[in-house]
Design a protein around this ligand. Structure first.
Ligand SMILES: Nc1ncnc2c1ncn2[C@@H]1O[C@H](COP(=O)(O)OP(=O)(O)O)[C@@H](O)[C@H]1O
Ligand SMILES: [Mg+2]
Length: 630
C-alpha cells in the first residue's frame, strides 16, 4: 500500500476503535470484559506478558523487551517477578516507587521508554483497552462514580474492587451536568499517548529552586477565578501536572534523587495511599505506575543521608547492570549504529572486538574459582569452556552482587567509533581502528582512575589477541573456499609425478613438449607436511599407486578425499602456501602472477561471502600477513 493509503487506513482504524456511551452502557461492557477495569500496574504486567514468555532452566524470558534490550534477561526477570507481577496482584510492592538503579548508559531509559511506547500500543488492543469519564483532564476511572456505600454490592455483582474517590472536579460535574445521575455520565475509550498527554507522563527536575510543584500536580488558573468565583472551585484549577496527566498509565521520574524532597513526598503519598494533594482540594485519587531511575553513586549518597531515611522503605530498588555477554554487546552496538546516521562500512569482527573489551572491563575476577577473565567472558557468552559447567556458571554469576555495575558503557564505544570514522576519512572501519580509538579516548575519559586505565589498557591488548585469532581464521576460511579446486589440481599434479617416479618414466611438459624428470621438490613439499621421511617416501608413493589401481579395478574414482593421509598432506601444503601468499602482500616483494591471482581470489571471497568491502579485505590480508611474519 502506498503511504497516503496507509494514513487513511490508520485513520479508519482509529475511528473503528472509538467508543462512547453512558456509564450504564459502560457497565454492560464491563460485564463481558472485566479486564477493562484493571489497574495501571496490572495493565503493564499483562502487556509485558502478552508479548510472550518462555521458560528455560527455571528462568523466565520476557519477550516484550527482545527488540531493544539485549543481555539483561536476569535483571528483567527479576524486575517483572519481583515488581510488576506482585504489583499487578495489588500486593504491597505496588505502593512503593520503582527505582531502576544502574550504571550510566546501561539501558534504564530504554526500558522505561519501551514500557511507555508499549502501553500506548497496548491501549489500542482489546485486552489493553481503557475507559474514562469523558471530558476529564485526568481521564478518571469511571468506577470512581460508584458511591462508597454501594461498592460492596458492586463487588458482589461484578467481582471488581473499586479503589479511589471521585475527584473534586467530577464530583461537581456530576451534580451540575448530570443532576447526580451517575448512570448518565458519559464514558469514552481513551488511548494512551505521551504526545497528547494521556496516561503517560515524564517529569524531569530542573533547577530545584525554581521548579514549581505545579509541574507535578497542576495549578490554579487565575484567569478563570473571576468566572468561577473562587480559588477552590475545581473548574478554576488546571489538572495538568505530570501526575494528573499520567493517571491510568505511567509516569517516568527522571533523575529522581536529584529532586527536591517536597516533590518526593508527593510521589510517596501517591504510591502509598493512591492519592495526592493538589491546590485546595480534597485528595485526588490516581492510579499510575511511577518509575524512576538513578545511578549507583547518586543512590548511595541518597541512602547515606539520614534525612531520607523515611523514604528508603518506600522505594523498591531494581538493579539494571550492564550486559555481560559479548554477543549481546555486539547487538547493542549494531542497534545503536543503525539508530544513528553513521554511514560507514564496519568490517566483520570489529564490533565483536570492541564488545570483548567492554565486557572485560565489567567483569570481576573470581576469587572462589580459578578462572581467568577471558575464560569467564566466554563462559558467560554461552561458549563451552573446558573444566567448567553450568553449575560453575551459576556460581560465578552469583559470586558478586555488583558485577556489571561498573566498567565501560556502550555509548562510550559508539562515540569512539564515530571519532575513528572522522579520523580515518575512509568510510570503512576495522577492529584495530576501533581499539586504537578506544585507547586514545581513555585519556579524555574524565571518570577513569589511573588504576582503571591500567586495567583497561590490558583489556585492549586481550581484545586484540582475540581479534588476531579471529582474523587468522577468517583468512584461512576464505582461502579454503576455493580449496576444492586447488586441492584437486595439486593432487593431480602430485599423482602424475608419483606415477612417473614409480614407473621410472619421464614427464612431458604440456606446453613445450619437453621431457622432464618427475618434480621431486613438489612431491617432497607435500610429503613433508605429514612427516614422511626421505627413506619412507618410496613406500608411500608405491602404496598410493596400488590404492589407485585397486580403485580403478572396482570402477571407483580416486580423488584426494580417498586417502586420509594424502588429504591431510594436501591441505597442509595449501595452508603453507597461503602463508607465503599472505606474507608477500605485506613485504616489499611484488607478488608474481599466480600469487596475485590467489590474493585477488581471497579478496573476492572475503567481499562476496564474508561481508568485507575491498578496503577492509585488503586491510585484513595485510594485517594477517604481518601476524604471520612475526
Ligand atoms: N542491555 C542493553 N541492550 C540494548 N541496548 C542497550 C543496553 N544497554 C545500553 N543500551 C543502549 O545504550 C544507550 C544508552 O542507554 P540508556 O537507556 O539511555 O541508558 P541509561 O538510561 O541507563 O543511562 C541506548 O542507546 C541503549 O539502547
Ligand atoms: Mg537514562
Amino acid at each position: 500500500m502506498d503511504f497516503l493509503g496507509k494514513i487513511k487506513q490508520h485513520r479508519r482504524e482509529e475511528e473503528r476503535l472509538k467508543w462512547e456511551g453512558t456509564f450504564a452502557e459502560y457497565l454492560e461492557l464491563l460485564k463481558e470484559r472485566p479486564e477493562i477495569a484493571q489497574s495501571a500496574h496490572s495493565r503493564v504486567y499483562n502487556m509485558i506478558k502478552s508479548a510472550g514468555v518462555s521458560e528455560e532452566d527455571d528462568k523466565k524470558h520476557y519477550h516484550f523487551f527482545d527488540q531493544e534490550i539485549f543481555g539483561l534477561e536476569d535483571a528483567i526477570e527479576r524486575l517483572v517477578e519481583e515488581y510488576f507481577h506482585p504489583a499487578a496482584k495489588r500486593l504491597d510492592v505496588r505502593k512503593r516507587i520503582l527505582l531502576l538503579m544502574g550504571p550510566v548508559s546501561g539501558g534504564k531509559s530504554t526500558i522505561v521508554t519501551m514500557l511507555k511506547r508499549g502501553l500506548e500500543a497496548y491501549s489500542k488492543t482489546d485486552e489493553g483497552a481503557i475507559y474514562a469519564i469523558k471530558g476529564c483532564p485526568m481521564h478518571e476511572d469511571p468506577l470512581h462514580l460508584v458511591p462508597h456505600h454501594l461498592r460492596d454490592a458492586f463487588y458482589e455483582e461484578y467481582g471488581i474492587k473499586i479503589e479511589g474517590n471521585l475527584s473534586p472536579l467530577n464530583t461537581m460535574r456530576l451534580e451540575q451536568e448530570y443532576d447526580g445521575c451517575i448512570e448518565n455520565v458519559l464514558v469514552e475509550r481513551i488511548f494512551l499517548s505521551e504526545d497528547k498527554r494521556v496516561g503517560i507522563g515524564t517529569f524531569s527536575p530542573s533547577d530545584p529552586k525554581s521548579q514549581d510543584i505545579a509541574d507535578l500536580t497542576g495549578s490554579i488558573d487565575f484567569s478563570t477565578i473571576a468566572e468561577f468565583g473562587s480559588e477552590s472551585d475545581p473548574r478554576a484549577y488546571r489538572f495538568d501536572g505530570e501526575l494528573n496527566k499520567a493517571n491510568r498509565g505511567m509516569m517516568e521520574f527522571q533523575e529522581m534523587l536529584k529532586c527536591d524532597e517536597k516533590f518526593l513526598w508527593h510521589l510517596l503519598s501517591l504510591t502509598q495511599e493512591g492519592n495526592f494533594k493538589a491546590g485546595r482540594f480534597a485528595l485526588i485519587s490516581a492510579d499510575e505506575l511511577i518509575v524512576a531511575h538513578t545511578n549507583e553513586s547518586e543512590y548511595r549518597s541518597f541512602i547515606s543521608n539520614k534525612k531520607n531515611e523515611a523514604l528508603h522503605s518506600r522505594i523498591i530498588v531494581m538493579p539494571i547492570p550492564y550486559n555481560l555477554q559479548v554477543s549481546d554487546e555486539e547487538r547493542i552496538y549494531e542497534k545503536m549504529i543503525k539508530e544513528s546516521d553513521m554511514d560507514v562500512h564496519i568490517a566483520p569482527h570489529a564490533l565483536r572486538t570492541a564488545a570483548i573489551f567492554s565486557v572485560l572491563t565489567r567483569l570481576k575476577e573470581s576469587e572462589s574459582r580459578g578462572i581467568d577473565l577471558v575464560k569467564k567472558m566466554r563462559l558467560y557468552d554461552g561458549e563451552n569452556v573446558e573444566g567448567f559447567n553450568n553449575a560453575d556458571l551459576h556460581e560465578l554469576k552469583t559470586e558478586y552482587q555488583d558485577e556489571g555495575m561498573s566498567g565501560i558503557d556502550p555509548r562510550y564505544v559508539i562515540n569512539r567509533i564515530s571519532s575513528a570514522i572522522i579520523k580515518k576519512d575512509v568510510p570503512s572501519i576495522n577492529a584495530l581502528d576501533i581499539l586504537r580509538s578506544i585507547k586514545e579516548g581513555l585519556d579524555q575519559h574524565a571518570s577513569i582512575s589511573k588504576e582503571d586505565k591500567e586495567r583497561y589498557l590490558n583489556f585492549i591488548s586481550l581484545a586484540r589477541q582475540e581479534y588476531d585469532e579471529l582474523a587468522k581464521k577468517e583468512v584461512q576460511k576464505a582461502f579454503v573456499y576455493s580449496f576444492e579446486e586447488s586441492a584437486k589440481t595439486l593432487m593431480d599434479n602430485y599423482l602424475d609425478n608419483v606415477e612417473a617416479f614409480c614407473n621410472k618414466n619421464k614427464m612431458t611438459d604440456p606446453i613445450t613438449g619437453e621431457e622432464l624428470d618427475p618434480d621431486e621438490k613438489l612431491m617432497r613439499s607435500i610429503e613433508e607436511q605429514i612427516g614422511i621421511s626421505e627413506n619412507a617416501k618410496k613406500a608411500f608413493r608405491e602404496e598410493i599407486l596400488i590404492r589407485i589401481s585397486a580403485y580403478a579395478r572396482k570402477g571407483k574414482r580416486f580423488d584426494y578425499q580417498s586417502h586420509e593421509r594424502l588429504r591431510e598432506a594436501i591441505q597442509k601444503k595449501l595452508f603453507a602456501d597461503l602463508k607465503d601468499v599472505v606474507k608477500i602482500t605485506t613485504s616489499t616483494k611484488t607478488p608474481d602472477e599466480t600469487q596475485l591471482k590467489r590474493i585477488n581470489e581471497v579478496i573476492a571471497r572475503l567481499v562476496d561471502d564474508y561481508g568485507y568491502n575491498t578496503t577492509s579485505a585488503n586491510e585484513l590480508l595485510k594485517y594477517v600477513g604481518s601476524l604471520l611474519n612475526r
